[in-house]
Design a protein around this ligand. Structure first.
Ligand code: HEC
Ligand code: HEC
Length: 136
């Protein structure tokens, strides 16, 4: 009546299928966010802890005051005057010009997709060089 061999095979295949998502994603799903800070500019417009948690609100404020109130300068916490510009200030060559190594690191990890880049132009980044096979 019972065929032990077939039952065991069935259970093994069943378990393998059931756990497939876990071992398939081993080492993939848990790639940690590793945002790289700018090498040139050492100080953002507000302290690091504030930028980490509040940059979205600050960007909204910058957008609204430039677009709606035509107010374009912002005095940072250190008294320095900044141009409220996503492209020219935040993403400038001295600051976060490497979007893929900074912004995207956290956003990909947390599955956040800011729609800003539908219109704003992200900084041009060098793509990692393709390694071409050597010609003999
Ligand atoms: C340390 C991690 C981290 C870095 C670095 C980072 N972000 Fe974010 N960002 C987040 C998180 C987390 C959220 C989502 C917060 C939420 O939903 O409450 C977010 C949300 C946003 C939003 C709002 C998106 C929305 O749809 O509501 C904007 C805009 C944004 N980030 C812009 C940027 C830009 C531009 C950069 C790079 C200059 C950047 N962020 C770098 C973590 C980061
Ligand atoms: C539908 C297109 C569109 C989208 C989407 C958009 N913007 Fe803008 N944004 C504009 C336009 C147009 C201006 C006006 C440019 C100017 O006057 O310099 C502007 C200006 C700004 C400015 C001030 C000027 C500058 O040089 O940066 C900031 C800051 C800004 N946007 C932030 C954001 C952020 C943050 C997001 C995403 C949360 C976003 N924008 C999404 C179109 C857009």
């Amino acid at each position: 009546m019972y065929d032990g061999g077939k039952i065991i095979t069935g259970v093994v295949i069943g378990l393998a299928l059931l756990t497939f998502p876990f071992w398939y994603n081993l080492g993939r799903a848990v790639t940690k966010a590793d945002p790289k800070l700018p090498t040139k500019e050492k100080q953002c417009v507000e302290p690091k802890a504030y930028m980490k948690t509040k940059h979205m609100q600050l960007l909204d404020l910058w957008r609204d005051s430039t677009v709606r109130a035509a107010k374009r300068s912002y005095i940072g916490f250190n008294g320095v005057k900044y141009d409220m510009s996503l492209q020219n200030t935040c993403m400038s060559p001295d600051c976060h010009s490497k979007k893929t190594e900074f912004c995207d690191q956290c956003h990909n990890y947390t599955a956040v997709v800011p729609y800003c880049w539908d219109c704003h132009i992200p900084p041009k980044e060098e793509k990692p060089k393709e390694v071409k096979p050597k010609e003999e």
